[in-house]
Design a protein around this ligand. Sequence first.
Ligand SMILES: Cc1cc2nc3c(=O)[nH]c(=O)nc-3n(C[C@H](O)[C@H](O)[C@H](O)COP(=O)(O)OP(=O)(O)OC[C@H]3O[C@@H](n4cnc5c(N)ncnc54)[C@H](O)[C@@H]3O)c2cc1C
Length: 411
Amino acid sequence: MPGLSSEVDVAVIGAGAAGIAAARRLIEAGGVSVLVLEARERAGGRAWTVDADGVPMDLGCEWLHSADRNVLAPLAEEFGFSINKQRPDWTARLRNSGESEAAEADWAAERDAFYWAVHRLAQQPEDAPCSAALVPGGRWNTLLNATSTWANAVELDRLSAKDNDRYQDSGVNWRLHRGYGRLFEALAEGLPIAYGTAATHIDHHGAGIAIETSRGTVRARRIIVTVPSAIIAEERLVFDPPLPDKLAAAAGLPLGLADKLFFHFDGDAPERFLIGSTRRHETMTYQVRPFGRPRINCFFGGRFAASLEREGFDAMVAFATDELAGLLGGDVRQRLKPLAASFWRQDEFARGSYSYALPGHADDRAKLATPVDGRLFFAGEACSLNFFSTAHGAYETGTAAAEAALASLLR
Ligand SMILES: Cc1cc2nc3c(=O)[nH]c(=O)nc-3n(C[C@H](O)[C@H](O)[C@H](O)COP(=O)(O)OP(=O)(O)OC[C@H]3O[C@@H](n4cnc5c(N)ncnc54)[C@H](O)[C@@H]3O)c2cc1C
């Protein structure tokens, strides 16, 4: 691990997907000194794989969304990561969970109609919440809301229709057998990263930029800030002079909450996806035996996840166990062993899971991404205009910020 270098050309703050991409691009270009300041003792940020009994579990990102257009898919192959290209049938969750095929078809039609309604809403001058596209009293409104807490980490009433409509989803979703987080560990290997180094204060008064960190001051000609939007909005990283436009943009792009809970599961069912309830907002979605492994992975979001985080691990386990008993029969209780859970809201260097735009704030992503003074550059999933809230979106913004920083140094 490199020590703190007091003076560099470019300092990158954060070694998540965006920071890793930025550092890789800068080093590939050559001719500039680079240092990445990372608060944690590991790289990857919200990409984080842990193992239990040799089985990898992604506590953060797992899916290579829009995989056929995802910059990380070819990189993963280049780094020797095998990709599972079996596309998940998330719609069949309803049938797998006891709904009739007719009900499932009705849901699929209603869901498509809803997304078209959001698209039409997004063409209006005002940026309305996605909830305005719901059919009043609609049978599937609760499930649409729950689905939003998984996809967007927030309920529809807080979600900008314009922003949501800009998200590009090719519908192709792949996974890595070894875990998405492990890919970022591999991509970060050999990069000049100072771990355990939290940046707290950025003084950009003078010609050089002074970054105060938990391990001393680093001076840089350029900085690339890749911390989550919540870290900027909550002023856990302070700019001096202040950047009120950045603060306002970051506040318009809060981090929603989505969490995961992992069970060891003794059972030989084929891999499939389930939903706890199509009629309750407080429910989880389940991945039974992912890759045929002895696991059930549970996923939950929004206000429900926030309340379960507050209640703690045992409450998460109790809730999921009850829902799984309802889905798979009471004897499943003896076949489940809780292993781990995420607590992304409580994580002091994330403060949530992924960003969404509040109604009226769809343009904040471009504002957050805009460089300041040709010296301060910004990247991270919240800065992505079309692939926000994803790892590949974050990665692309990191590469773009590095290229902009390099160009500014040549000027
Ligand atoms: C539960 C969950 C499921 C997800 N599922 C998917 C998925 O399936 N597919 C997908 O594509 N995406 C998914 N995501 C989103 C994806 O993980 C993120 O969008 C992406 O990893 C964000 O990368 P980033 O570089 O923008 O931010 P981060 O990964 O948060 O990186 C920022 C880095 O900055 C560091 N940092 C923070 N404050 C400071 C400071 N003051 N000083 C120094 N360093 C600091 C942090 O420690 C972190 O390492 C999921 C996320 C979660 C939480």
